[in-house]
Each structure stands twice: as structure tokens, then as C-alpha cells.
Ligand binder design. Structure first.
Ligand SMILES: C[S@@+](CC[C@H](N)C(=O)[O-])C[C@H]1O[C@@H](n2cnc3c(N)ncnc32)[C@H](O)[C@@H]1O
Ligand SMILES: [Zn+2]
Length: 356
């Protein structure tokens, strides 16, 4: 019966084995607490993140409501793969299906091809119909916009630059303007999802990831960062903290300073930020490779080469910057862990509250 199933669903989410009609609120609280895992403190010093466990999944057996991730510009789709390990439903957008790394059998390094929790959108991001092709309730969206014109390293000393400068961060080439149009559309979707009222909740959160560069200086990003309804900030980190393995290969360690423009408090509180306007209690950056927090290759990093390589002394092991787009394996696991813990202590909690 339709009406019965709606009522049932409301009072039965998110832990399937307990009928919330039958439990006192302190019992509900205890059950909830027993499933919530605390975010581990960031590792400081020389301990590589890659030795951390990917995360705990035990509570997942009890959940019926699955949180939703949308990964845009997915490349290998390692973010979806990590969120899938935590039991999230994943929508994966990429132009080229061949870039996605699938897991074979039970191996966790890759996206499980046959999972009912994976939906592929192989198409131009600009052509996605967010109302028809994606669910209304999205818990977290990850945008890894193409960085070739925004990245400092790609524009270093070479003729393939975008014409972006501090005075003119918009650039002077067609390619830079196309990247600007895609970024405008990205921010428009973020605004739309963040500000529209849903029947039950408004907890859409997001992160736009890019190498350190001119993305942060785009006016559309600056406006987004100032918006008190969205509360986004810039979180910076160095990828070398996340080890050297990627897609089964030893890639060496590259410092690769990275930014996330995000309003997800799980990420902000775990990774830390200098910009505390909207998040005054956030710690300082935890994953910047420096004397106080060195990675295991501190002071011996290989370099990302600029596309033209002109005028730079190169070392064996330095790599073309385009080879460094996919993330080291432990990084998506760390992001998924932080966001999942945020989800548990905010969204799942709110769902329980509204049901009790
Ligand atoms: C910076 S890479 C992402 C790398 C990814 N984070 C990883 O770990 O593999 C950007 C990706 O966006 C894809 N892409 C570029 N333009 C796109 C568009 N208009 N729509 C969808 N995907 C696009 C590219 O094929 C590329 O794989
Ligand atoms: Zn380092």
C-alpha cells in the first residue's frame, strides 16, 4: 500500500533493524551513537597517510538510506570508488569512459562495474540535465574541473600558457575562456543546489578541486566564497602527504599543492584552513608539507614538468603535469572518510531527529 510505505519509510530511516515507533528517544540516541565513528585526528609528522585504514564500514550494514555523491570530471573516478566503499550511491560524470578505472572482482582499487549504486553519465558536463539525470537530494558533489589553464605549473615559462596573470586572471586564450565558461556553469549549479528549498532538507555540500593556480582568483569563485548562505572557503593541501601509489603504480612523490573550494565541514575540519570567516573553529592547514608536518619525501620531491619544459632543470623521475591529474590512492579515501563522518553526525542525525 503506497501511503503505508511512505509513513513506514519516514520512521524507519536510516537504521533498518529498529522500528523507531517502538524505541524511547534515549535508546535511539544510544543506537545512533554506537554507529557513529569519530573522525581520526590528522596524522602529523612523517607518518604517511597511506598507512591509514580506508575507513570503517560496519555501520553501513544498518543503513537503509544511502547518501548520494555526484563526481563531475571524474577521470579515474577514484573519488566515487572511495565513497562507494563507504556505502554511498555514486553518480559519475566523465567525457571519456575509457579513463575510468574499474575494480576487478573484490579488489577495492577501482569502481565496481556491476554495482547498482553506480550510475554513469558519459557526456559533456555542460549538457547534464541536473533535474532529470541526477537525484534531487545530493549529499556531496565533487568537481575536478580541467586544470590545464588554471594551474600555475602549466603556465610556467612555456608558450602554451593561458595568458592568465594576477592582473588578468581570466586569461587571453580560447581555451582559458572555455574553462571559465565551464567554471561559471559549475558555480551556477552549486548555487542552484545550495539555495533551492527541498521538502525535507538543504544539506547539499560540494568541493571544487584544482591545483594551486588562478581558479581561486576568478570573480565567480570570489563571489561564491563571500556568500554567507553557502559558507565556502579554500582548503589547501599537498598531495605528497597521501603517498606515492596510484592505479597500482609507484609514481614517486610530488608535492602538488592543491586547493578545494568547499563548504563541507567534514573536509574543512579535517584538512584545516587559514580562512576562518565562516568556520572560525577550523584548525590551521593539516596537510601542507613543511618542516612541522613533513611527508616522507620532504625536501626530496620530484617535480611536475610544465608542458613546454623550457628553461627548467629536470631530474629523473620528474613528470609531465598531465600525468599527475589522478590522485594518489589514499587521498580519495581520506576525503570520503571526512565527508562520511560529517554525513553521519549531521545528516543521519537530523534524519533520526525528524523521525523521533
Ligand atoms: C583534471 S581531470 C580529473 C582527474 C581525476 N581527478 C582523477 O583522479 O583521475 C579532468 C577530467 O575531466 C574530463 N572532462 C573535461 N572536460 C569535460 C566535460 N566538458 N565534461 C565532462 N568531463 C570533462 C576529462 O576527460 C578529465 O578526465
Ligand atoms: Zn611532501
Amino acid at each position: 500500500m503506497k501511503s503505508k510505505s511512505i509513513i513506514w519509510k519516514q520512521f524507519y530511516i536510516p537504521f533498518a533493524e529498529f522500528n523507531l515507533f517502538t524505541l524511547a528517544s534515549n535508546q535511539i540516541r544510544q543506537i545512533y551513537d554506537s554507529f557513529v565513528t569519530k573522525d581520526p585526528q590528522p596524522v602529523t609528522g612523517a607518518v604517511p597517510l597511506s598507512v591509514r585504514p580506508a575507513g570503517r564500514v560496519v555501520y553501513r550494514k544498518k543503513l537503509t538510506y544511502k547518501p548520494v555523491l555526484v563526481e563531475l570530471f571524474a577521470g579515474e573516478a577514484s573519488i566515487s570508488s572511495a565513497f562507494h566503499d563507504f556505502g554511498w550511491k555514486c553518480y559519475v560524470n566523465e567525457l571519456e569512459e575509457a579513463k575510468i578505472v574499474w575494480s576487478e572482482g573484490v579488489a577495492t582499487n577501482g569502481l565496481p562495474k556491476k554495482s547498482e549504486d553506480v550510475t554513469l553519465l558519459i557526456k559533456d558536463f555542460m549538457k547534464i540535465d541536473w533535474d532529470k539525470e541526477l537525484p534531487e537530494e545530493i549529499d556531496f558533489a565533487w568537481f575536478a574541473n580541467d586544470c590545464s589553464t588554471f594551474s600555475y605549473i602549466n603556465n610556467l615559462n612555456c608558450k602554451c600558457g593561458s595568458g592568465r596573470t594576477n592582473e588578468n586572471p581570466e586569461g587571453t586564450t580560447e581555451q582559458a575562456w572555455e574553462a571559465n565558461r565551464i567554471l561559471d556553469h559549475t558555480v551556477q549549479q552549486i548555487r542552484k543546489k545550495s539555495l533551492s528549498e527541498f521538502k525535507n532538507r538543504t544539506w547539499f555540500t560540494f568541493a571544487i578541486e584544482n591545483p594551486d593556480g588562478w581558479m581561486e582568483q576568478q570573480s565567480v569563485v570570489q563571489e561564491l566564497l563571500r556568500d554567507p548562505k553557502i559558507k565556502a572557503c579554500v582548503v589547501k593541501f599537498d598531495q605528497c602527504h597521501f603517498g606515492r601509489r596510484r592505479s597500482g603504480q609507484d609514481m614517486g612523490e610530488f608535492k602538488k599543492r592543491t586547493i578545494m573550494i568547499t563548504n563541507n565541514e567534514g573536509i574543512i575540519n579535517h584538512f584545516g584552513t587559514k580562512e576562518k570567516t565562516w568556520h572560525p573553529h577550523a584548525p590551521d592547514p593539516q596537510y601542507i608539507c613543511c618542516k612541522e608536518r613533513p611527508c616522507q619525501s620532504y625536501n626530496q620531491h620530484k617535480h611536475a614538468m610544465a608542458p613546454g619544459f623550457d628553461g627548467r632543470a629536470l631530474d629523473n623521475g620528474d613528470r609531465h603535469s598531465s600525468e599527475l591529474a589522478p590522485y594518489p590512492q589514499a587521498m580519495p579515501a581520506c576525503i570520503a572518510n571526512a565527508v562520511n563522518n560529517w554525513w553521519l553526525s549531521n545528516v543521519a542525525k537530523a534524519k533520526l531527529k525528524s523521525a523521533s
